[in-house]
Design a protein around this ligand. Structure first.
Ligand SMILES: *Cc1c(COP(=O)(O)O)cnc(C)c1O
Length: 398
């Protein structure tokens, strides 16, 4: 059994704060300052340019990629880290399209996170070759998979409601129809068990600053099925993907048969130092234990809110197995209510038009956090504290 009191002690969360936003930005691991200090003093300062070899900076895209890969069921050598998730979405969809050049339709859904859709829009414009993006309701996606579809691009867990797609059903049907599948695991990786290898997805992408706690803007990841590593074309053909980057040839030749071909350019090694410290926490964590605990805490939270907070309605699927690891509630004055909660050090976030969202992250929250959060919400509603003027103005980031 995973010892969650042990993992909780590995985070530096401000005194008195109930942090229910680890689904958006994970908290700081206690080991992060030493990791950064070590990078600065023992690597950058002392090694300088030699660090690319002596400290293995050049291959951290892969060594850290494998550590992330292990947590999503990817075999070694099929995952790299670096760049941002938006870039990775572009890269995966572009690579997917070139695997099925005779098809022109990309299938996603209208609940997908906007940047994923925007990146595809930009890609289609760039290709300028009659591509079409279809975005039905999430529930209709499976039905719309047919022989027209080139790429199915979906986010497994809906960022608003927590609703989960059936990865296996989508992959099986897509493959039966000759389509390529790209999964965005932004709200799955580190939240629920994922088995990209067992399910044989073609591509998977995600970020490491949410449930993996790598720090704001920490590198994204991309996984490519090993069977595709010989044929996949890296649309963003940077020198890090070249078969001989230090030959400095004028023509691009992708690294044959290896995940290096999905690397692009020089990554932030400082960010890798933080990610490494964050991944150490996962060494003794069993994903099944984590999921069980997440369901237990979520059910407790939903039940208490429904019993004690009139006007606030649960917005996700009732079946815990059909959800990721955040819970969302609709409330007409959700923005103001969330600001009032934050003023009481209960941190969640708000997603337009009326969703209050809370990340349930057993690595560092427990029953006591859930109780404090519900107590605060109950009192804010009963005393209509959300009506206060200071809770009405919207910040740039919600
Ligand atoms: C968080 C999130 C993103 C963010 O992309 P960035 O490039 O890291 O800003 C993209 N897609 C989904 C589904 C997300 O949840």
């Amino acid at each position: 059994m995973t010892d969650f009191t042990k993992t909780r002690a590995m985070f530096d969360i401000p005194e008195g704060m109930v942090y229910l936003n680890g689904n958006s930005l994970g908290p700081m691991p206690k080991a992060a300052p030493q990791a950064m200090e070590r990078f600065l003093n023992d690597e950058w300062r002392t090694e300088l340019i030699k660090g690319w070899n002596t400290k293995n900076w050049f291959m951290q895209t892969n060594t850290l990629g494998d550590r992330v890969g292990r947590l999503i069921g990817a075999p070694a050598g099929s995952t790299v880290v670096g760049d941002t998730l938006s870039i990775r979405v572009f890269q995966a969809v572009a690579a997917g399209l070139s695997l099925v050049p005779d098809r022109k339709v990309i299938l996603s859904d209208n609940g997908n996170f906007p940047t994923d859709l925007y990146m595809v829009e930009g890609l289609m414009k760039l290709k300028n070759d009659g591509y079409e993006l279809r975005i039905p309701d999430p529930e209709a996606v499976l039905d719309q998979i047919n022989d027209d579809i080139a790429v199915v691009m979906l986010t497994e867990v809906d960022y608003r409601t927590g609703r989960r797609h059936d990865m296996q059903a989508v992959i099986e049907k897509a493959h039966r129809h000759g389509a390529v599948v790209v999964w965005d695991l932004a709200h799955s990786a580190g939240a629920i068990p994922v088995d990209v290898g067992g399910l044989d997805t073609d591509f998977a992408v995600g970020c490491t600053y949410k449930y993996f706690n790598g720090g704001p803007g920490s590198p994204a990841f991309i996984h490519v099925a090993p069977r595709l590593l010989d044929v996949v074309e890296p649309a963003l053909s940077g020198w890090y993907a070249h078969e001989a980057p230090f030959a400095f040839d004028t023509d691009f030749r992708a690294m044959p048969g290896a995940i290096e071909r999905m690397r692009i350019g020089t990554p932030s090694i400082a960010a890798f130092a933080l990610l490494e410290a964050a991944l150490d926490i996962w060494e003794d964590v069993d994903m099944a234990d984590l999921h069980r605990k997440s369901i237990e805490l979520s059910e407790l939270f939903i039940g208490e809110v429904e019993a004690r907070c009139p006007g606030v309605t649960f917005a996700g699927p009732r079946d815990p197995k059909a959800r990721g690891s955040h819970v969302s509630f609709r409330f007409e004055h959700g923005y103001a209510c969330m600001q009032a909660l934050i003023a009481q050090k209960v941190i969640g976030d708000f997603r337009a038009p009326d969703v209050m969202r809370f990340g349930i992250t057993p690595l560092f929250i427990g029953e006591d956090d859930i109780s404090k959060a519900v107590d605060a919400m109950e009192s804010i509603l009963k005393n209509e504290i959300w009506r206060e003027e200071r809770f009405q103005t919207r910040s740039k980031v919600t």
